[in-house]
Ligand binder design. Structure first.
Ligand SMILES: Nc1ncnc2c1ncn2[C@@H]1O[C@H](COP(=O)(O)OP(=O)(O)OP(=O)(O)O)[C@@H](O)[C@H]1O
Ligand SMILES: [Mg+2]
Length: 379
């Protein structure tokens, strides 16, 4: 049986990435020059896959002695958790890049301030992670970053990648500490910062008083061109003798709000349940969407449990509105959702912070096409 060519729930490899060649060329060139880059874009647009699996991997191949340091800050709530993530990422990076002669003592040095902790995962596998001296987490963070300079002085090339960076926004002192540590890095060390919540990143990087004002080159991952996506989808379906017209590929792209992960989900469903006449037309696409939404019903309800009844009502009203929500504070919405003006304001902020909604020039849009369809169908 043929492997599903529409992977989801995973970082994807180079051959599965549709387009992004402009972003790839630009970021690769910048890090080669030792520059700093801020990569941002909506959720599930391929940022981590491209940077980690393609750009960083190729950069490392070109360098003689090289370390890629990758840390994901998703969900961190305080500076202790931030430092623990950085420490674990540090030990992971060094482990993966052995043997790098002559840096052994540096590693031992930095790891001395951490206590190894053995954990047993749900599936029974033991894993070793590092716990840090909780009394001085920021000190450990400075120490870890200063070791990058030591490594660099020993002719080790380093690429630092910090993912979901917006998560530190609002954590006491954290932005200041990162600003300081990044400023004290050797200026030749390239750094890529990534994030998926544009409004928070803009508070951190573009407001005049922001901690990272004028830091690095900014690269936005925006929607992929309709035609490029059509070629990608058509080729993959053609391999199993399924046909898709350009117009029908637009039906898929628009229904999925042009989000690559959502597009992969519906295409994966069609790939596993091909139409008997081998033609993927608009009727079959709508049928597939219905089945997909039905199949994900309980998982979606589970996800929705984190929201209050009022938030749930607002999401449902917005979903049924169709396209862009131009005026979320409209009287009709307030009445239908049974919320006050200030209540609605708070809900919209929460939905934006949780990346349920994105604010675009014209108004608010849903991030997740399948969540939107779920609300339309089941509320
Ligand atoms: N350019 C693309 N071509 C094909 N599939 C893509 C592309 N970009 C994203 N995807 C799909 O999105 C999923 C998530 O990709 P990835 O984690 O790299 O995105 P991300 O932008 O880092 O997301 P997040 O903001 O949630 O971290 C992949 O498993 C794949 O299904
Ligand atoms: Mg990511």
């Amino acid at each position: 049986m043929r492997k599903d060519p529409f992977p989801v729930d995973t970082l994807i490899s180079e051959e599965d990435i549709c387009n992004l060649s402009r972003e790839r060329k630009f970021i690769s060139k910048e890090i080669q020059l030792g520059h700093k880059v801020l990569v941002f874009g909506k959720r599930n647009t391929g940022k981590t896959s491209l940077v980690k699996n393609v750009i960083a991997a190729q950069w490392q191949k070109k360098e003689k002695k090289a370390i890629v340091f990758y840390v994901d800050l998703y969900g961190v709530k305080n500076i202790t958790q931030v430092t623990a993530r950085v420490a674990n990422a540090y030990s992971w990076a060094l482990k993966r890049n052995q043997p790098l002669k002559g840096i052994g003592s540096t590693i031992v040095d930095v790891l001395k301030s951490f206590r190894p902790v053995m954990k047993i995962e749900a599936d029974g596998t033991p894993t070793l992670s590092l716990d840090l001296d909780a009394k001085r987490p920021e000190h450990s963070l400075y120490e870890l970053f200063s070791k990058f300079n030591n490594l660099y002085e020993k002719d080790v090339s380093i690429l630092i990648v910090i993912d979901e960076f917006q998560e530190i926004h609002g954590i006491d002192e954290c932005e200041g500490i990162f600003r300081d540590t990044l400023q004290n890095l050797n200026p030749n060390i390239p750094v890529i910062i990534m994030g998926s919540k544009k409004h928070l990143l803009s508070l951190m990087f573009t407001e005049p008083k922001a901690a990272f004002f004028s830091w690095g080159q900014h690269v936005e991952f925006s929607v992929i061109d309709y035609k490029e996506y059509y070629e990608y989808l058509k080729d993959r379906f053609n391999e199993v003798k399924l046909s898709l017209s350009y117009e029908d590929s637009i039906v898929i792209q628009d229904l999925m709000l042009r989000n690559p992960e959502a597009i992969n989900r519906i295409c994966s469903w069609i790939f596993s349940n091909p139409p008997s006449n081998k033609r993927i037309d608009s009727t079959y696409i709508h049928f597939a969407l219905g089945e997909l939404v039905e199949g994900r019903r309980s998982a979606m309800e589970e996800y929705l449990k984190q929201f209050t009844p009022a938030e749930d009502r607002v999401m449902a009203i917005f979903a049924k509105e169709g396209g862009v929500i131009k005026q979320p504070m409209k009287k009709d919405f307030l009445k239908a959702a049974d919320v006050s003006v200030s209540g609605m304001k708070g809900i919209v902020i929460k939905l934006e912070n949780d990346a349920v909604l994105y604010k675009e020039k014209e108004g608010y849009v849903f991030a997740d096409a399948l969540l939107k369809q779920h609300l339309v169908k089941f509320r």
